[in-house]
Design a protein around this ligand. Sequence first.
Ligand SMILES: [Zn+2]
Length: 600
Amino acid sequence: MLPGIAFVALSALLVSGQNSSPQPVRYTVSLAKANEHLVSVRIELPPGPAARTLQLPVWYALYQVRDFSQYVRSVRTANASVAIQMVNKSEWRISGAESGAEIDYDVLADARGPFGAQLNSHHAFFNLAEILMYSVDARRSPIEIRFTDIPGGWRVGTTLRASARAFTAANYDELVDSPVEISAFEENDFEEDGGHYRVIVDAVHGDYDMNKILPMLQRIVSAEVSWMADRPFKTYLFIYHFPRGPGGGGMEHAYSTAIDVNAHTLAFDAYALESVTAHEFFHLWNVKRIRPESLEPPDYAKENYTDALWFSEGVTSTVEDYMLLRAGLLDEHEYLSHLASAITELENRPAHLTQSAEESGLDAWLEKYPYYREPERSISYYNKGDLLGVLLDLKIRDASNGTKSLRDLFRWMNSNYAQKDKFFLDSEGVLQAAQTITHSDLSVFFEQYVAGTEEIPWNEFFKTVGLQLASKKVESADPGFTVARNFDSPLTVASVAENSAAERAGLAKGDVIEKINGHDPSGNGPSDNFANALAALHPRERIHVRIRNQRGEQELNWQLNTRSVLEFRLEDMKNLTLQQRARRAAWLIGDSEPIGQAHP
Ligand SMILES: [Zn+2]
């Protein structure tokens, strides 16, 4: 999304003396019913066609159809001459609107987190696509939006432009790419290398320390802007929530990001905040501007498929850790241990032999279903994509004698696609870019590991940086059940092994897990805290699980079984060569090796 384009078109029309520039669509969003979590919306459509179609997106922010219209009630018009009729669950037809129309409705906004829309007595946070319909014929028209009935002491935090009477956006796409926080938040800002950064925190005072957040942000934005040699914005906004309850995740936008980190996690795990921040900030290039063509323009009415999510999401995770290394927020030992854990995760999912990275991205829309998330059914395009980013980087270095790297791939894609307002040809486009910068044929790599499910010969890649992968079978606790959790739903039992101790103890599919050994297993990430809770368990010890189901709450306990898991770690090869050392040093800060120093 590139603001300014619509203005160029508009001023060109004015200069040519025509008067046909589109009139704005006006939205009024009232917070008067905060106690009921109800947002009252008025849409004012300017004069135009008599018949229009209003659409509410069925998805936004996550690659999941969430049917936001399930929360919409009492759609009506205030105009006697206008009629409105439902066409399908997310679409309404308006007639008699030649002189314009005013449409009113209420929408329940009670979904927390960076992917949601929430209004309560504490704050409002909106992904506007989840509450605002658009007129299909006027999706490119300019927008004016006003927020009314704002409680005293609350302010509006957003990257939408403020004018005297309203906030404005060039069009609906830009509007919904601009999340809005309205509350008594704390705001700060800083300048870094000519960029202006705003930081909004809506959390309990004392749960966070702005004096720690700001220097962390300065290091991350400085590392990423210099790595890309590009800063395609003047101002960028970080919106943070640190909820005390469950919550976590981040959502990227072109000029901002919204990030949730559980307050307890924030207190003891600095990496949780740093990693999601580095990830979402890098998305301002990768996915927001370096964008697969299949996602453009987004079709809000149905699923949008791309086979490049392994790159857009997974390789963003690769870069996230590179940038933390570069910013001095992560050291080599920690990084190699993250990398080895990612390999352990992939290798222990049987589906790594049946589902490719590309397929995993196409299947993203199934992630809301518990069975889909079973290790026999799916891999994660985050997990495999993260690893493919590392392997592709090492491959590019190998093919270019160290003179090119993942950084050159991103810079090339940035200048040849993003900066030319072009989109890349999904997964195939990444291959083309990698081949262009290395002048070599990388099609086998893509066939085998990106489109294919061949076992990855890890050591062939890692030996170029003097590392080898070692594995050992470790006995770990087998809880006897698996869990699934969608981004905003509680941790739920997805399956219970037949004849297991868990089954005998009374655990059943569908039970909500509230505590494991006294600890809340929810929190950050899709499964992180549960994985951590499991990792802390020992074979043959007793597990105490507090569950909730239709019969109420119950405390169950049983003795854990054992299972063996293949655990990987990365270790130094013996007698590292100068070349391996130089390659590793460059790799660990995301640099290429200077041409003069490259080794034949
Ligand atoms: Zn992401």
